[in-house]
Each structure stands twice: as C-alpha cells, then as structure tokens.
Ligand binder design. Structure first.
Ligand SMILES: [Zn+2]
Length: 416
C-alpha cells in the first residue's frame, strides 16, 4: 500500500509546543518557535520537524504532497478539554432572564438550568443527539480543534447517561476530530432525588458506574463539586469508586463558592480541576504542587458575568493551566476558540505563549493524551493548524476572528 506523505514547508513559524507532559508555571512561556519551518508527515504521524532546510536534507520531497506555508504559522491542533457538546434543547429564555439579572443558582432553583436540559435530553432520540453533536464538532474543527473532551450529565439516569456516551463514541468514529469521553452522572441532582444527593451518589456508584465501565464508555469520571449540589465528601466517594472501575478523576471545582474542590483534586491526583473561579490561595498552592491540570473556562465567566479565574496567579504559582470552552446549553453556549483566547489574554492576563500552551500540550495533558497529541514532536499524531497569518501572536491580537486556514487531522487537510 502506498504511504501517505505530506510536507508542509516554509512556514514563517512552526510552533512546536514540544513536550510529552503538562507544562507548569514558567515552562508555559516556551512554545518552541522554528522560523522558516517544515513538518513532514507519513501515514498520519509526524516524522520530521525542523527548519525547511533541515527537513529537506533528510527527505525526498518528490514523494510528498506539498503545502507551501509561506507567510503562515503552523501550530499543534487545539485540544478543547472541557465541553458538554452532546445535549438536546436550548435555553435561550434563561439567557434572557440572566441578562435581566437573575443568578444562575436562582434559575436552577426554579427548575431551570441543568434539569431543563435533562428533560429535553431524556426525551431526545439517539439520532437527534448525534446529529446536533455532529454539527457542533464540525464548528469546532473550523476553529482548529482536533481533539475534544465531551461529558455526559444531561441524563442523570442510567439509560440517558449511557446514550450520551454512546453518541460520543459513535461521533468519535464519524468525525475526524477525536472525542474523549467523560462520565458526569453527578452533574446535578435529578428531580427523583431532590434533597437526597447522598442517595443519588449511592445510585450512581451501584447502578451506573459498573455499566459505564463494563461497556468501556468513559475514560474519565467528573463531578459537579459545589455548594448545594455535591459536597467534597460525596465527590471524593464517587471519584474513588470510579477509579476502582478504571476511570480517572476530573472535577468541576470551586466555580461558584470556594468549597475546597481544588484541594480535593490535588489530593486525588485528578487529571484536571476545572473552573476554579473561587479557588483559594491554598487550593492554588496544592494544584501547583500536584500533577493536576488547572483547566480554566473564561467563556463561562464572561457569559455569566462572573469574575475570571486567577489564571495569571495560578501560572505564577507554578500551576499547569489549560484553557477550554465549556460549551454547554446553559452557562456557556459557545465553543469559540478565538474569543476564548482573547478573554484569556485580556482578562486573565495570560501571555499569547501561555494561551497557546494552554490550548495545546496542556489541553492534551488535561485529557490524558500528552504522549500522543498536543505538540509537533516526532511520533505524535499529525494534528495541526495552519494560520492565515505569520505568527501565533495574531491569535489574541485579531480579536474574536477565526484565523485558522486549514485544520490538519491525522495528516489529512480539512477546510482548504
Ligand atoms: Zn462543565
């Protein structure tokens, strides 16, 4: 069989983000720029990275399809490591209530919020969930996302949670983008368990986790650790049980109040702790000492008009920070990578370099895949993006604009 070979040459910048693990603190500033760079790809894998001269000296260019990237920057594909992209129904009414000044929690207490989407998702067909999810993944690919994490959590019962995860498994095959699945059965307390959050956790551990594990539907288990939802103790109990079933822990931590979610994530050596708007100084210190990635979601803070997570301080304290969209139908109906980067740089005071690291190698670490994606290193998947401009610095600078000209997934080019 003929090998598929692709050469991208004369890129004004090849931004490698080189590495095989999350970058912490100051390491996040090093994005590894090669000027007049080239990348050679064979059968979907990176086989050479260097200056155009170096790469041309070790390959026979005639064997390759060639992309001339003069005046353009080449980066690793983006990893959106926190989304809820499989759901049914929309909550545009609630959005207008929020604009009027109602709080997220007060809307939840009125039966809105996650339970609203739960009802629509329970009533939805597999096909409807899949088709809507498919469209959202294509939108993401246009903005340079090559791997996405998706969570269940809108079923809050066995059958619908399984259906959401199965939809993601099918989309992983149907769409070039890679989908990493997370079981988030503990996203909210379903109406059947109102006032009985402990019993609901018991139910998930006894009835749902074993089936999710048996059918190999999720890599991670996540929990909404929040006042009035699931306590630190309940979260710990669930995540420890999930680990027994082979699912690694993730947490929605310290989003609305400072509850100790960051501390719990560090204690459990969770793959990531996400949101962290209200993370305490101690929580940030513990994260910095741990291998847990601090995943920040500035589009949600923007959408809810909440203060942003302390991204600058977290990096200065030595944390590994990732950025993700949090796409969901309630608190953040957006997966706009351009806007995410702008918010992270302008309001959380990340540098352009840190934002790039946060969306590539650190995003990959936040889904446990830093060994195979997230950087332009030999042996990794050829997941990359070509920008219309000569420098990665245009990403925050060209505010809110999609400057991705091509998304390259497993060595194949999309959106030419
Ligand atoms: Zn979330």
């Amino acid at each position: 069989m003929k090998m598929e070979k692709l050469l991208i040459r004369n890129a004004s910048q090849v931004v490698t983000c080189s590495g095989f693990a999350a970058k912490k603190g100051k390491e996040m500033s090093d994005v590894g720029v090669i000027e007049d760079g080239a990348v050679a790809i064979m059968d979907g894998r990176i086989i050479h990275v260097g200056t155009t001269r170096e790469v041309l000296s070790v390959i026979n260019e005639d064997e390759y399809s060639v992309i001339d990237a003069t005046g353009k920057a080449l980066l690793p594909g983006f990893v959106d490591s926190h989304t809820h992209f499989v759901f049914a129904g929309y909550r545009e009414e609630e959005f207008s209530w929020r604009l009027r000044g109602d709080s997220y929690m007060s809307i939840m207490e009125r039966g809105g919020g996650i339970v609203n989407t739960m009802k629509a998702t329970r009533e939805s067909s597999f096909r409807n969930l899949r088709d809507r999810g498919y469209d959202r993944l294509l939108d993401m690919m246009k903005m340079g996302v090559t791997t996405v994490e998706g969570k269940s959590g809108y079923g809050l019962d066995l059958n619908t949670e399984l259906m959401q995860l199965e939809v993601m498994k099918e989309l992983d095959k149907a769409v070039p983008i890679d989908v990493v699945t997370t079981f988030l059965g503990a996203h909210a307390i379903p109406p059947e368990y109102k006032g009985k959050s402990g019993n609901y956790i018991d139910y998930i551990i006894a009835e749902v986790l074993p089936v999710v594990a048996e059918e190999k539907l999720a890599t991670f288990c996540d929990v909404f650790c929040e006042k009035g939802v699931f306590s630190v103790e309940q979260s710990e109990r669930l995540l420890r049980a999930a680990e027994m079933f082979g699912m690694k822990p993730k947490l929605h931590a310290d989003e609305i109040v400072s509850l100790g979610g960051a501390e719990l994530a560090a204690k459990l050596n969770a793959t990531s702790a996400d949101h962290l708007l209200q993370a305490s100084d101690e929580g940030i210190r513990r994260l910095a000492e741990s291998n847990t990635v601090a995943t920040l979601l500035p589009l949600t803070a923007f959408s809810l008009h909440e203060p942003y997570a302390r991204g600058r301080e977290m990096i200065d304290a030595g944390c590994a920070v990732a950025l993700a969209s949090d796409l969901n139908p309630g608190s953040c109906f957006s997966c706009s990578i351009p806007m995410l980067i702008a918010l992270a740089c302008i309001y959380m005071k990340l540098t352009p370099e840190e934002a790039v690291t946060a969306l590539t190698i650190n995003g990959a670490a936040a889904v446990g895949r830093a060994d195979t994606i997230g950087s332009l290193d030999v042996g990794k998947k050829a997941d990359m993006i070509l920008l219309r401009y000569p420098s990665y610095k245009f990403l925050p600078y060209h505010i809110g604009m999609n400057i991705v000209e091509k998304t390259i997934k497993n060595g194949k080019t999309y959106h030419p």
